[in-house]
Design a protein around this ligand. Structure first.
Ligand code: HEC
Length: 158
């Protein structure tokens, strides 16, 4: 078979590449410190890029939140609406907004809303917590849910 025949050659090629790297990639102390400098620059660039990404998704989240706004407020002082106030909801115990009459289905749950749970809930509220009273079909796109959660985390941070 062709595969078996070629295998030793591939092995040899891999070994040759490794040897070449051992020679070329090994650096003196001098090169090492130069490397560290480059890594730091690369990291701060990555940090800035991530900040931009967070900002972008927060803006997208704000737009996406328009579909939630008829039922939810995000500022604590604005109180409840059809749905509970969502201030601080990321990291908040489920069904714990004071003075809001949650459904029995919600009261039976016992966990803290983290990004993962919010993602699953927002994808399909009715299957994630059957018989709950949030009349909302769900957010289909994963990137939209991520943007919404980023927005909620930023807007509702205590
Ligand atoms: C038609 C009104 C309505 C819309 C639209 C709606 N919600 Fe809700 N939401 C509710 C209600 C009502 C509850 C409480 C459910 C219960 O008690 O069964 C709830 C509960 C929640 C909870 C749980 C809060 C807690 O204190 O545990 C989160 C998080 C949430 N909604 C997020 C959203 C987001 C994000 C959107 C938009 C993508 C949205 N909701 C759209 C009515 C709505």
């Amino acid at each position: 078979m062709i595969m078996t025949k070629n295998l030793p050659i591939l092995k040899f090629a891999a070994m040759a590449a490794m040897t070449a790297c051992l020679v070329a990639c090994g650096g003196s102390d001098g090169t090492d410190s130069a490397d560290t400098g480059e890594t730091t620059t690369a990291q701060s660039t990555a940090g800035a890029a991530q900040e931009q990404t967070t900002q972008a998704s927060t803006q997208a989240g704000q737009r996406l939140f328009l579909q939630c706004r008829s039922c939810h407020k995000v500022k604590a002082e604005e109180g409840h609406n059809v749905g509970p106030n969502l201030a601080g909801v990321v990291g908040r115990q489920i069904a714990s907004a004071e003075g809001y009459p949650y459904s029995e289905a919600f009261m039976e749950q016992d966990y803290v809303w983290d990004a993962e749970r919010l993602d699953a809930f927002l994808e399909n509220p009715r299957t994630y917590i059957p018989r709950n009273k949030m009349a909302f079909a769900g957010v289909r796109k994963p990137e939209d849910r991520a943007a919404l959660i980023a927005y909620l985390a930023e807007q509702t941070a205590p």
